[in-house]
Design a protein around this ligand. Structure first.
Ligand code: NAP
Length: 432
């Protein structure tokens, strides 16, 4: 049986692993748009969270398995169509993630100085798509919209010192720009309250341990205890966050130059300024039945940078049904069309942790086993012929290993790697 997996992030790799475990009569080809594999593990996980990247070891083992082949630098729809893949492979699994920012649909969101998290995180993590983002950082105040883990990552990376970032693989261009910025105030805005915040406690607590930045918070925003309507688990998590936030509300900067403000019950309604951002207008809210309800009271804060971390959506794929409302590939429990499956964020939307993709891979592998039987389509030989005919320069896993080795060799002392941030630079390594 020949299976093509499009996308080499966690969902793609867990599917490959599950297929291999389910039988030794399968060949799995992983097709990836970039030369580099691992999706959000490389381009989404915060650069100062190196431990989170350790899952790459398991993916690397899968990629090296005899039955698996990696085809990097191959774009679905441009270099090979889904129809072509369906002709060649017994099954095609879409593991294309949710790479686009959910749009901040308020007046002024198109001003210079407003960026979505996918772009901004991609930029500081060296994703080639965002190499030229050149965000507006010549400002003393930034607003981060959203109170999830991505918002916390962004706020933290903005205020960490060069010394704190020295042992990380943040892209050189981002480290230089962030550390040259006069930014001192970062405010995180939640449209609901601390009990509804999506950030996890470990990530939140990090904010209280920074060398030159202090979390700031008005204790009046904090309820006395968790919400009786929450499940036991959610309530425990909310209580933990409340305790951490209570601690923050009593902290003083004590010589730290920068501040991260937590501002709950505040819904952004407009980005202010002419061509460039000069501020953000928000409406105060109350939470009723878990929903943010506007009170009509608005207030403005000055800022030169607005980063919206309000979630992601998937890219539609030509010929594949798309659920516009949820921003995912339309599917019934992972089945998209005969022989076509979807896993990960493209299937479920952008939620959960890395390991949440594992069950998707197991489900897809079981469905493929049940639907396809023994298979018999040609798979990789036919793919390689097509790619050769269209002149695509695809990259194998050994090519990635050379890029990987070159990045590691170029690392600054104490850092894990120095990332190549353009495809041209990655290809140049292979031409050496
Ligand atoms: P998220 O957890 O869904 O948080 C999105 C935030 O944006 C929420 O606070 C949400 O508020 C807010 N929001 C959404 N629409 C908004 C709007 N129109 N106006 C104002 N606020 C709005 O998403 P995420 O932070 O992008 O993270 C995605 C997934 O990756 C999550 O599962 C996250 O845990 C995971 N992740 C984990 C880590 C880690 O473990 N270290 C790091 C990064 C990401 P409401 O709740 O009111 O909708």
């Amino acid at each position: 049986m020949s299976v093509a997996i499009v996308g080499s992030g966690p969902a793609g790799f867990y599917t490959a692993e599950a297929l291999l475990r389910a039988g030794d009569d399968v060949r799995v080809d992983i097709i990836e748009r970039l030369p580099t594999p691992f999706g959000l593990i490389r381009a989404g996980v915060a650069p100062d969270h190196a431990k989170t990247r350790n899952v790459i070891r398991a993916y690397d083992k899968t990629a090296r398995a005899a039955a698996v082949r990696y085809y990097g630098n191959v774009t679905l729809g441009r270099d090979v169509t889904l129809d072509a893949l369906s002709e060649i492979y017994d099954a095609v699994v879409l593991a294309t993630g949710a790479p686009r920012d959910r749009s901040l649909a308020i007046p002024g969101a198109d001003k210079t100085g407003v960026y979505g998290a996918a772009a901004f995180v991609g930029w500081y993590n060296g994703h080639p798509d965002f190499h030229d983002l050149n965000p507006e950082l010549n400002t003393m105040a930034a607003a981060v919209i959203g109170i999830g883990n991505v918002a916390v990552d962004i706020a933290r990376i903005l205020v960490k010192t060069p010394e704190e970032m020295a042992g990380t693989d943040i892209a050189d261009h981002a480290a230089a720009a962030i550390h040259a910025s006069p930014l001192v105030d970062v405010t995180m805005f939640g449209r609901r309250g601390p009990l509804q915040a999506k950030f996890s406690n470990v990530e939140l607590r990090e904010m209280g341990e920074l060398a030159d930045a202090c979390p700031m918070l008005d204790a009046a925003q904090l309820p006395a205890h968790g919400d009786d309507f929450l499940s036991d688990r959610d309530r425990r998590m909310a209580e933990r966050n409340l305790a951490t936030l209570r601690g923050f509300s009593t902290m003083a900067p004590a010589g730290r130059r920068k501040r991260v403000h937590f501002c709950f019950f505040s819904n952004p309604v407009a980005v202010l300024g002419d061509a460039r951002v000069t501020g953000l207008r928000l409406e105060r809210t109350v939470v009723e039945d878990g929903r943010a309800v506007g009170t009509g009271e608005v207030f403005d804060i000055p800022c030169g940078l607005v980063l919206s971390a309000i979630g992601y959506h998937s890219d539609p794929i030509p010929g594949v049904p798309f659920d516009e409302k949820r921003g995912i590939i339309a599917n019934r429990d992972g089945r998209v069309a005969p022989g076509v499956y979807v896993v990960g964020w493209a299937k479920r939307g952008p939620s959960g942790v890395i390991g949440s993709n594992k069950p998707d891979g197991l489900d897809a592998a079981a469905q493929i086993r049940a639907d396809v039987g023994a298979g018999g389509k040609p798979g990789r030989e036919a793919l390689e012929l097509r790619l050769a005919a269209t002149g695509v320069r695809w990259m194998g896993y050994e090519d990635w290993q050379r890029i990987d080795a070159a990045e590691i060799a170029a690392a600054a002392p104490g850092a894990p790697r120095r990332k190549f941030t353009t495809i041209a630079d990655m290809l140049a390594v292979l031409d050496r």
